[in-house]
Design a protein around this ligand. Structure first.
Ligand code: FE
Length: 198
């Protein structure tokens, strides 16, 4: 009888894999240093969740803006100087209420409105999250620290290449009278994905 063999898959650390991809692209003349530097700059300094937080805070204090955001997210966030890539054709703002909780995912890969809410966390890209949040959303949310009352409806939104979502969390009751800046400071990326409430 053949000896059972245990397959061990070894994967190089991320920096090593990134360097290998960069070297391969460069060797084929497919990318240059300037483009890489621009991407790193965008990822580290531009596409930050603080942008989405400003959108949420504005929607909380400005009813007319909230309506525009609901009607056409792309146009509304442009008012705050936030652009989406051309292929993100729609930005849909999903409002949490006392009875409805929204959560987003990309069952295929990692799609998010990253220029608004920031780049997706590693767990968002895991097969585990992408599959289970759809089938057993309440359980997954509980595992991530968000216990929802049984009577609250959970809506899971699957992002596509051209339709991106952001969750507008419920404004906490204790924030009455706060400035827009103070409000923006309490809005997190997790809350805009819908795995946390404020
Ligand atoms: Fe995706």
């Amino acid at each position: 009888m053949a000896e059972a063999r245990h397959l061990v898959r070894t994967v190089a650390p991320v920096p090593q894999r990134a360097a290998a991809i960069e070297a391969a692209l460069k060797s084929h003349g497919l990318v240059n240093d300037e483009a890489i530097a621009q991407s790193v700059h965008n990822a580290e300094d531009v596409w930050l969740p603080e942008r989405g937080a400003r959108v949420v805070a504005r929607a909380w204090v400005d009813e007319a803006f909230r309506q525009r955001l609901r009607a056409n997210g792309r146009d509304a966030v442009r008012e705050l100087g936030i652009e989406l890539p051309k292929h993100h054709r729609h930005l849909v703002a999903l409002e949490n209420t006392a009875t409805v909780h929204n959560v987003i995912c990309c069952t295929l890969c990692s799609c998010t409105a990253f220029t608004v809410i920031g780049l997706p966390p590693d767990w968002y890209k895991d097969l585990e999250y992408r599959s289970r949040i759809v089938r057993e959303s309440r359980t997954v949310l509980r595992e991530m620290g968000l216990e929802l009352p049984p009577e609250m409806e959970v809506r899971v939104w699957d992002t596509t290449a051209d339709t991106r979502y952001m969750v507008i969390p419920e404004r906490p009751a204790h924030t009455a009278g706060w400035s827009e800046e103070q409000l923006a400071a309490i809005v997190t990326k997790d809350a805009m994905i819908g795995v946390a409430r404020l």
